[in-house]
Ligand binder design. Sequence first.
Ligand SMILES: NC(=O)c1ccc[n+]([C@@H]2O[C@H](COP(=O)([O-])OP(=O)(O)OC[C@H]3O[C@@H](n4cnc5c(N)ncnc54)[C@H](O)[C@@H]3O)[C@@H](O)[C@H]2O)c1
Length: 258
Amino acid sequence: MTTTIQRTAVLTGATSDRGIGITTARRYANEGWAVVILDLDGEKSAKVAAEIGSEFTVPAFGHEIDVASEDSVNAAYKAVAAEVSAGTLPAVGALANIAGITSPVAFLETTLELWNKVMAVNSTGTYLVTKAFLPGMIANGWGRIINMSSVSAQRGGGVFGKVPYSAAKAAILGFTKALAREIGSTGVTVNAITPGAVDTNIRVGSTEEQEAAINASIPVGRNATTEEIAAVITFLSSEDSAYLTGTTIDINGGSHMH
Ligand SMILES: NC(=O)c1ccc[n+]([C@@H]2O[C@H](COP(=O)([O-])OP(=O)(O)OC[C@H]3O[C@@H](n4cnc5c(N)ncnc54)[C@H](O)[C@@H]3O)[C@@H](O)[C@H]2O)c1
């Protein structure tokens, strides 16, 4: 793509081979964004970034992050800020908080450790990464933050993730609305998406019966593709989406209507 590159999109959770994050990173790059890939494995993040950068001829940078750790988030932020200061990346314009883990454990079998981990990665991670990158966006007077919730937050699980996952993803909806309200006049929008079942590796370990039950509950009759989720994330990152903030966009094939 030959458009002038003006902004960087930062994505967490974007190295999983069949994941939503990597597809979204490719879509951003195809639209002319520079991309930053932040994921647990720093080497893989750098490799994925380099591949996307060379395929789409955009600046790209990868760095390790554990979104649940404040120190790790701050280190990743500093590494990205150094690239921006050096001029190797344009200013950060979009943040897609995609990193997440699920948990199919029945409520009475959950442990506090599991609860804390699912909350830490999904909701605290969204908080920490947003807090790191938001000041720069506010200073620039332009930004787009897209937070990954799930239909599980709205209908009470029922896809694969159970109580801790639904609770963590519901926290993201409240976070999104309250932050959107608080910073509405800054030029930075904050929105959430609530996908239903998406065809990725996140449900590794699900049974054929579980997958059949999931498909039977979807009017469209199939899982979403990662491209269908990426399309909404990049739209929410565009100039055209300036008047959408604090929204929750359902992408669920009709499996939950309200
Ligand atoms: N696949 C679905 O059906 C579905 C539906 C609704 C929402 N979601 C959400 O979409 C997001 C992406 O899911 P996916 O299906 O692509 O899953 P995935 O497992 O393929 O990808 C998740 C990514 O997050 C990364 N990650 C996990 N813990 C992390 C941490 N502590 N710090 C940084 N990165 C971490 C993983 O390394 C991986 O790259 C998740 O937040 C998930 O909850 C998925």
